[in-house]
Design a protein around this ligand. Structure first.
Ligand code: SAM
Ligand code: DTB
Ligand code: SF4
Length: 352
């Protein structure tokens, strides 16, 4: 059986690849094909995900990334899940953009703890031009330490993306978050099309794309199908695909709406299915097990790694929410016989 055969769902007709180069992953998935993958018996889905994973990635490696909130709270956007939205009543205090030196000190600590990538996040709708010099200095400084650099600052104009690329930014995180049709139920202050526009500017500037979303927001299976389908049919797959499990925060519309309901936590098996389908549909991308690991059992995380997740955020904190923590992660990775990744990601290695 070839890998190409394995990336096709059982129920779907043989597909014709629309990829521009022979060997490039498919970007012509139909929604029916993605839905058929979700519907597979669990063992069959896991087998296919494992087989695809092993054809493109080292099965015993997980990439370690560290997050830092460089500008916390007071965000003008109304994302229903987010503690940092000014419309949320989460008790989070709004802060100013951090100083460059403090960011670099935090990056140095992340490197010393074994992290490969340093991801800096700002609670902005978009960066203002007056912020750019500081943000550029942060990228240059972190890059000079030999860390990979990633930023997530909200929407970017084409010129801002070019400035970040010139500073040496490796990745830009900008999530589509959910299916196109569910987007308006989660966020009203910007559109799905706005998200795609920024992703285009990031690609055009030559920065690698980190794009994923959240499961467990009360969305339907159809929304999870639409979410993976939207990612896997982008003109080029994102190099990194973060799959977050909603961290329900008190005072946010989604945290409050789901509290005390059966939907308050995504079903573990459904979460693993989402990871597996993302792995099969985007074979070369890094699939990052992101927010929500703190409340995930070791067994569920192990299933996620077997389903093809190969990247995590380490440390005690994400941006504002708690994370599993370095000692818990070290113990889990040792138990599973997994090593921190040191080499380049497959999609970047292929492009270089
Ligand atoms: N402001 C920037 C933006 O939205 O593009 C960057 C920061 S934002 C916090 C980055 C991503 O974190 C969001 O797109 C969302 O997918 C994820 N996220 C935020 N709050 C979360 C939560 N409570 N649970 C799970 N994921 C969350
Ligand atoms: C992503 O998809 N997940 C990370 C990263 N990109 C920036 C952020 C998770 C945030 C979780 C909630 C918090 O810490 O506030
Ligand atoms: Fe602002 Fe980003 Fe939070 Fe949305 S997810 S409210 S844009 S910080």
């Amino acid at each position: 059986m070839t890998v190409d055969t394995l990336t096709r769902p059982l129920a779907a007709a043989p597909a014709v690849s629309a990829a521009p180069h022979a060997g490039d992953p498919r970007t012509d998935w139909t929604r029916a094909e993605i839905a058929a993958l979700f519907d597979l018996p669990f063992a069959e889905l896991m087998f296919r995900a494992q087989t695809v994973h092993r054809a493109h990635h080292a099965a015993d490696e997980v990439q370690l990334c560290t997050l830092l909130s460089i500008k916390t709270g007071g965000c003008p956007e109304d994302c229903g899940y987010c503690s940092q939205s000014a419309t949320a009543d989460s008790g989070l205090k709004a802060e100013k953009l951090m100083d460059v030196d403090a960011v670099l000190a935090s990056a140095a600590a992340a490197k010393a703890a074994g992290s490969q990538r340093f991801c800096m996040g700002a609670a902005w709708r978009n960066p203002k031009d007056r912020d750019m010099a500081k943000v550029v200095a942060m990228v240059e400084g972190v890059k000079a330490m030999g860390l990979e650099t990633c930023m997530t600052l909200g929407m970017l104009e084409a010129g801002q993306a070019r400035a970040l690329a010139d500073a040496g930014l490796d990745y830009y995180n900008h999530n589509i978050d959910t299916s196109p049709e569910n987007y308006g139920n989660v966020i009203t202050t910007r559109t799905f099309a706005d998200r795609l526009e920024t992703l285009g500017h990031v690609r055009d500037a030559g920065i690698s794309v980190c794009c994923g979303g959240i499961v467990g927001m009360g969305e339907t299976r159809g929304d999870r199908v639409g979410f993976v389908h939207a990612l896997a049919t982008l003109p080029r797959h994102p190099e990194s695909v973060p799959v977050n499990a909603l961290v329900p925060v008190k005072g946010t519309p989604l945290g409050d709406m789901l509290a005390g309901t059966p939907m308050a936590k995504i079903d573990d098996i459904e979460f693993v299915r989402t990871v597996a389908v993302a792995r099969i549909a985007m074979p070369r991308s890094m699939v990052r097990l992101s927010a929500g690991r703190e409340s995930m059992s070791e067994a569920t995380q192990a299933l996620c790694f077997m389903a093809g997740a190969n990247s995590i955020f380490t440390g005690d904190k994400l941006l504002t929410a708690g994370n599993a923590g370095d000692s818990a992660d070290a113990a889990l990775l040792a138990k599973l016989g997994v090593r921190p990744m040191t080499g380049a990601e497959p999609m970047r290695a292929a492009a270089e």
